[in-house]
Write a protein that binds this ligand. Structure first.
Ligand code: HEC
Ligand code: HEC
Length: 290
């Protein structure tokens, strides 16, 4: 015969039959709110399992009647993304770099595209952000070898510089004054002092004075009478203390004696026209665009 359950004297709740060290347990029901949440979550999980992929099997999983997969969602996102980009690509294909610059949306898109194309293709030589490194010009300053207008930059990108695989490439070669015995080592030391005097760094005024006529005869045609440079010939300005190949007397003398003829590949054929336009606008925006 089951005995009648004992009741708590104060609350009147039934007390369970077991006891530990004098502590007994009341038979309270679960709180209502908790029970409802519990039932609701069971219900939701059943509905979920019917609608969505849920239960793993040996060769696959239950697919759910909605046929949902994240792959579809991803593909839909990608299509939408590509369509929104396609609009921009079409507009860039039809615009000149100058027109791109005038349209704020197009400009933003081109700058973003140009930045990533630059990181992939140009940063290995010109460094991140076009900051340049020895032998590779800084593209973010006001000093241009071949010109910093949109047109000049675009031409440089399309055809490269001294790139023998492009018939329209930019060319001009500084003579090898020592290697081809046009000048002696002493004359080169003198003209080096004359060049450094443009930026007030000559330490031998007498040598600089001896260098003046040599410069006028041999160098002025390309670099300008006062070292102002000539972008038609890609001849750098020598009067601004920005040096592609280094500004010490030794390095300047080395360049005069046996000049490096910097080579930049042409990008038509490797990058599509729209990417080249985006790069043009991006490089122009780096700080030195003219
Ligand atoms: C293999 C190395 C190399 C790569 C890659 C390269 N360049 Fe150049 N680039 C050069 C060199 C070297 C020069 C300087 C040539 C000279 O002395 O006239 C130069 C010059 C330029 C100039 C002319 C600068 C001026 O002052 O007129 C521009 C603009 C330029 N590069 C942009 C780019 C862009 C944009 C890319 C990427 C699509 C790129 N370059 C990739 C080596 C490179
Ligand atoms: C035919 C034109 C031409 C003549 C003549 C010429 N140069 Fe150049 N010079 C250039 C070009 C082009 C460059 C750029 C080379 C390159 O980018 O690789 C250059 C580069 C230089 C540089 C390196 C500048 C830098 O930023 O590092 C120096 C220095 C220089 N020339 C000095 C001279 C001197 C001095 C003479 C005369 C003795 C001379 N050049 C004659 C065309 C010329």
């Amino acid at each position: 015969m089951p005995t009648k359950p004992e009741k708590d004297a104060i609350t009147g709740t039934e007390i369970r039959s077991h006891e530990w060290d004098g502590i007994q347990e009341m038979d309270n029901p679960l709180p209502r709110w908790w029970l409802y949440v519990f039932y609701a979550s069971i219900l939701i999980s059943i509905i979920y399992m019917v609608l969505y992929p849920a239960i793993p099997g040996i060769t696959g999983y239950t697919k759910g009647i909605l046929g949902y997969t994240e792959r579809h969602a991803l593909e839909a996102d990608l299509v939408a993304h590509r369509e929104s980009q396609a609009g921009f690509f079409d507009r860039i294909a039809a615009a000149t770099p100058a027109e791109i610059r005038e349209d704020a949306d197009l400009l933003n898109f081109a700058l973003a595209g140009g930045k990533s194309a630059f990181a992939d293709n140009c940063a290995p030589c010109h460094a991140a952000g076009g900051a340049g490194r020895a032998g590779f010009p800084n593209l973010a300053d006001d000093d241009w070898l071949w010109g910093g207008s949109l047109d000049a930059i675009q031409t440089t990108l399309l055809h490269g510089i001294r790139w023998d695989q492009d018939d329209d490439t930019r060319v001009s070669e500084m003579p090898r004054f020592l290697a081809d015995e046009i000048l002696t080592t002493e004359q080169i030391a003198d003209v080096t002092q004359y060049v450094l005097a443009f930026v007030n760094r000559a330490d031998d005024p007498a040598a600089a004075a001896r260098g003046a006529p040599i410069y006028a005869e041999q160098c002025g045609v390309c670099h300008g009478a006062k070292g102002e440079g000539n972008q038609e010939l890609g001849s750098p300005r020598l009067s601004n203390d920005i040096w592609q190949y280094g500004g010490t007397a030794d390095l300047v003398a080395a360049q005069i004696g046996n000049p490096q003829h910097g080579v930049m590949p042409s990008w038509s054929g490797r990058l599509d026209e729209s990417t080249i336009k985006m790069l043009t606008v991006y490089v122009h925006s780096l700080g030195g665009g003219q």
